[in-house]
Design a protein. Structure first.
Length: 227
């Protein structure tokens, strides 16, 4: 029978970076990422992170060849792994600003989750801030799957809030091809985010939910750029 100690988190690494502190912890068989003292994600489930990718692909116009995907936030790797498992994606770009998280995948224990996906020739990692990339990049993608916060109403750092502002959503719109899909992960529903998406020029705005053991469901917000 497991002891209480088996469920106590063990800190594996702690880094102080330009955006604050990030911590990798192990709790039993699972890993957790903590950012600035805020629980960000763990490896206990992953259904909603996989839904983020599946729902975006399903919302794309049928027959689109080799769609390009941008994943905002590497996290524990579940979204990347799901994308790499799907042969229909033509290019997979992961934007991650925290060097520590990249290291935990390339050289650390999270590699046991993501190694094959990272080795996929379609996959590339950009070590930069997602908001900056969306505003300054020139390339466009068929899908943006964004998971850098606990949601539009619960950001990890204050500057992340600009992603969900009119200017941030305009940048997302500009980075999408006609008919492209924006998918945003959230740990709770946002009453106002759907309206913000419509005001930014998106249509077919909706949500998909994943029930959790306790509390409100995880949510994927979906929106489509007009063709």
């Amino acid at each position: 029978m497991p002891t209480a100690d088996a469920h106590r988190p063990v800190t594996l690494d702690r880094r102080e970076g330009p955006f604050g502190e990030v911590v990798l912890r192990e709790r039993g068989d699972d890993f957790e990422i903590i950012a600035n003292g805020c629980f960000l994600m763990d490896t206990a489930d992953g259904r909603s992170e996989r839904l983020l990718i599946d729902a975006a692909l399903a919302a794309l116009p049928p027959g689109r060849p080799d769609p390009a995907l941008l994943i905002g936030g590497l996290g524990v790797g579940f979204s990347l792994v799901r994308a790499a498992e799907e042969r229909r994606w033509g290019r997979i770009v992961v934007v991650e600003r925290e060097q520590a998280i990249v290291d935990w995948h390339l050289e650390g224990p999270l590699g046991r989750i993501s190694a094959a996906a990272l080795a996929d020739p379609r996959t590339g990692i950009l070590r930069t801030d997602l908001v900056d990339h969306l505003r300054t990049a020139t390339e466009r993608y068929d899908a943006l799957c964004l998971d850098i916060d606990n949601g539009p109403d619960w950001t990890v750092t204050e500057d992340n809030g600009s992603l969900y502002s009119p200017a941030g959503l305009a940048a997302c719109h500009a980075r999408l091809t006609p008919g492209g899909v924006l998918a945003v992960w959230s740990a709770q529903p946002s009453a106002t985010f759907g309206e913000a998406l419509r005001n930014a020029g998106f249509h077919a705005v909706r949500t998909e939910e994943v029930a959790v053991a306790r509390g409100v469901p995880d949510v994927v917000h979906l929106a489509v750029r007009a063709r």
